[in-house]
Design a binder for this molecule. Structure first.
Ligand code: SAH
Length: 347
């Protein structure tokens, strides 16, 4: 089987190129074609000899990412791509255009095994992990298709990034390589439902990433009900890892809190949340939950959201209510793939 060249770090590519009997500096040229010029075909690599290009074609492949569907929001310029992978599996990528920069939300797995009750991504379990190349291609293909430059990325699409730890780390290494796409990891956020031991491992690496933690509840009883992962790593274990992350990296953790009607949207929950996260000097992102239509989960009325937000702010917590970009195009995690898998959506 041919090797997936886009998943190789520059150092790995150098080893491969040397073993083909070519000089090491050629690896940097190829890396530049792949990650800067975003050329996916060896025959276009014009500074390499014909013979060498043939050798590359025989040894390596660039796995394609095909646009299966592209939806553009009527309310804002949010674009959602449903991409088809080489094995016909589907993933989602969302391009959000803000005044200051464009941000891209990418998937890290096909499906998810975390099974959060309000999230469409985990409804059919985990199919497989994404390779580093498949994460990079979401960026390269979206930039190519939209003609826009992406300034920041969030690992908040389908999947649990810390459940695909090795591939995500390799993706970050390639993405930030100065000889490649050279994206500063300060412009990358990783969102996790709370795999605390992996947060500890990540902290040791001091990558400068922003860590975003999906908290969604201020007590274990409610959190375990909506996030099964809480039964393995409860809130105090999770917050200990968040504190450790801050202490080791100097980067403030931010928390996601999806407001769910009559479950976690009361002022007592707001007070509990204040008490929990105040010592962490963290930011809270409030998200009125996007109803997937499958479970008994609805977002609160806007006045409840406003009151909850005010209570946090009065309690000294830096909080924002997330703008619901792309609500008309099913921009929440896994909704589009879910519909496709079940054959619910037409073109
Ligand atoms: N597995 C990671 C990243 C993917 S989910 C995580 O859990 O953080 C990205 C974010 O979207 C998480 O905060 C998740 O809880 C939230 N989310 C998922 N489905 C949602 C929905 N229907 N409404 C609002 N937020 C949702």
């Amino acid at each position: 089987m041919k090797k997936d060249i886009l998943s190789l770090t520059l150092q790995e590519l150098e080893v491969e190129i040397s073993s083909l009997g070519e000089q090491k500096f050629r690896a940097k040229q190829i890396f530049d074609w792949l990650h800067v010029k975003k050329v996916g075909c060896f025959s276009e690599m014009s500074n390499l000899s014909e013979q060498f290009r043939q050798k590359l074609t025989n040894t390596f492949c660039v796995k394609p990412l095909i646009i299966q569907k592209k939806l553009v929001s009527r309310h804002d310029n949010t674009v959602k791509y449903l991409y088809r992978l080489f094995d016909d599996e589907k993933i989602e990528t969302v391009l959000m255009q803000y005044r200051h920069a464009n941000s891209l939300c990418i998937s890290t797995q096909v499906g998810c095994r975390m099974n959060c009750s309000f999230c469409a991504s985990g409804e059919n379990g985990l199919v497989r992990n994404l390779e580093p190349s498949e994460m990079l291609m979401q960026l390269y293909e979206t930039e190519r298709n939209s003609g826009l430059q992406v300034g920041s990325m969030v690992l908040m699409g389908i999947g649990e990034p810390l459940d695909n730890f090795e591939n995500v780390l390799k993706f970050l290494q390639i993405l930030s390589d100065k000889s490649g796409r050279n994206m500063s990891l300060r412009h990358v956020s990783l969102s996790t439902c709370g795999l605390a031991d992996k947060i500890d491992e990540l902290a040791k690496l001091k990558l400068g990433l922003t860590l975003s933690v999906s908290l969604h509840a201020a007590n274990d009883e409610v959190r375990s009900r909506i996030l099964p992962v809480n039964r393995s790593y409860n809130i105090s274990r999770l917050l200990a890892s968040c504190k450790n992350y801050f202490d080791k990296t100097g980067r403030r953790v931010s928390f996601e809190y999806a407001l769910i009607k009559c479950l976690n949207d009361d002022l007592q929950s707001a007070d509990d949340l204040i008490r929990l996260i105040k010592p962490l000097h963290a930011h809270v992102n409030l998200i009125p939950v996007n109803s997937t239509g499958k479970s008994e989960i609805f977002s609160p009325v806007s006045t409840t959201t406003k009151l909850f937000h005010e209570r946090l702010t009065q309690g000294g917590i830096n909080a924002t209510v997330r703008r619901t970009l792309g609500a008309d195009i099913n921009a929440a995690c896994g909704q589009l793939r879910g519909a496709e898998v079940e054959g619910l959506s037409g073109d």
